[in-house]
Design a protein around this ligand. Structure first.
Ligand SMILES: [Zn+2]
Length: 452
């Protein structure tokens, strides 16, 4: 046993102790702050430096060359080399402080990846930390969804066996035969919808053949399933189909009737939106009850994620609301198309999916309330963020990283940092002006790609 040093925390006054060592960083075990360090430099860099949390050694910093260091912490799964460091003590302290204070493993993963990314891409000069966090969180959520979809069991059955358990449960007042006819019609309209998506994917696959292969495979499978009356569909897919069936607005958007006042009057428009509102309000109520299981929460969250990704009814409302309240002129309003379209092509020629609700919503104001010069600058930034989500998701964040984190922690992260269900606007108030704008969005930009 070595000699122990006592130290009074400069933040909370707690007295704590740890073993004496020539070079160390110490954190208070009580408030997890303090961050005191004793430096010891040699001609080759620093003496190996211990990192303490109270008495526990939680990591170590060692020199590799005079200016490069390795920070290791098994506890937080860190093994990082820092090149051209100006102060390894401060850098290690900064990194560990975040890890100690943040209880959630997903957030710690985000921070670790963000640091790594920023160090390797210093030329990017991203100074907007909030947006960057949003981008990293979005990429992580999309990988979580990838893992979730992969893990969700798929059953290979005939149409009747696949759906009728579910459909009759939900509509048990209807007869089997009328359910079946209805379902067949709905499947047809979704087939159309998915097929349109499939074509999009085909175009995209020239740019990113590998990444989109899995998506394309899914579409192809679905197409051949329809032809053979054989389905390979998850619980989420089949639920999604019943929602398409239930919410009239979906079909009105898909067959482009929503933009015509003759086909959908203003009061009908409100009625359709209300039907959608009521449906998700009840979902959200269930999702926010205290006894909801992690599985059910994920199911509901990703269900809403999918729905908003396809139809963007929340985003459309937000855009219409903002445009009317701020009296946005028609040509300026046109800028909002970059937020609505399903995918964008970046200046580098990369095609990116536009599915970060939080980023999109934040940019409504950024893009609509500025002059032309600022607009170009902001749009450029926005597209770079979308590109980044894509790159992170495909090349940096692996399924394994997510799978190693317990499901309960993933769900907690989603509830606290990606509360998409909380973004649902429960009290929409439409007026004729707003409806006109919403129709314009569906009419002009639905199913289109925007090119920078
Ligand atoms: Zn303290």
């Amino acid at each position: 046993m070595g000699i122990f040093i006592e130290r009074r925390c400069s933040c909370c006054g707690n007295l704590y102790r740890y073993e004496e060592y020539p070079s160390y960083i110490s954190f208070c075990p009580s408030c997890k702050r303090d961050g005191f360090f004793e430096s010891c430099y040699t001609e080759n860099g620093i003496m190996p430096c211990r990192i303490y949390l109270g008495e526990d050694i939680i990591g170590e910093v060692t020199s590799v060359t005079e200016t490069s260091y390795i920070i290791i912490s098994d506890k937080f799964d860190i093994h990082e080399r820092i090149e051209a460091s100006s102060n390894p003590y401060l850098e290690a302290m900064d990194m560990l402080l975040y890890m100690i204070k943040e209880p959630n493993k997903v957030m710690r993963l985000k921070e670790k990846l963000k640091r790594q990314f920023l160090r390797e891409n210093q030329e990017m000069h991203i100074s907007d930390n909030d947006s960057l966090n949003m981008v990293f969180i979005q990429a992580i959520v999309e990988v979580m969804k990838r893992v979730y979809d992969k893990e969700m069991e798929k059953t290979e059955r005939t149409l009747e066996k696949t759906f009728f358990g579910n459909v009759t449960d939900m509509n048990n007042n209807r007869t089997y035969e009328s359910d079946k006819q209805k379902l067949k019609r709905d499947l047809k309209s979704i087939e159309k919808f998915r097929y349109a998506e499939g074509q999009k994917i085909e175009e995209l696959s020239d740019v990113f053949p590998d990444e989109l292969k899995c998506l394309k495979k899914e579409t192809d499978e679905l197409k051949s399933n329809f032809e053979s009356n054989h389905y390979n569909i998850s619980r989420q897919n089949s639920y999604e189909i019943t929602i398409f069936d239930k919410l009239g607005i979906c079909k009105k958007i898909l067959n482009k009737q929503i933009s015509s006042v003759k086909k959908v009057s203003n009061s009908k428009f409100k009625e359709l939106y209300k039907e959608y509102d009521d449906h998700f309000k009840s979902i959200i109520k269930r999702a926010s009850s205290s006894d909801i299981s992690d599985d059910d929460y994920l199911f509901m969250l990703f269900d809403f994620f999918n729905f908003e990704d396809k139809f963007s009814l929340e985003l459309v409302y937000s855009i219409a609301d903002y445009a009317v309240k701020n009296d946005i002129s028609d040509d300026v309003f046109d800028r909002a198309k970059y937020l609505y379209v399903s995918h964008l092509r970046s200046p580098k020629g990369i095609t990116c999916m536009n599915r970060s609700f939080f980023l999109r919503k934040q940019y409504i104001q950024f893009l609509l309330k500025c002059n032309d010069y600022q607009f170009i600058y902001r749009l450029h930034k926005y597209i770079i963020y979308l590109e980044l989500v894509f790159i992170l998701k495909q090349y940096l964040i692996t399924d394994k990283m997510i799978e190693e984190i317990p499901l309960s922690e993933r769900v907690l992260f989603l509830k606290e940092k990606y509360n998409l269900l909380g973004e649902f606007n429960k009290d929409k108030e439409w007026n004729p002006k707003m409806i006109r704008i919403a129709r314009k969005i569906f009419d002009r930009w639905s199913g289109k790609e925007a090119i920078w």
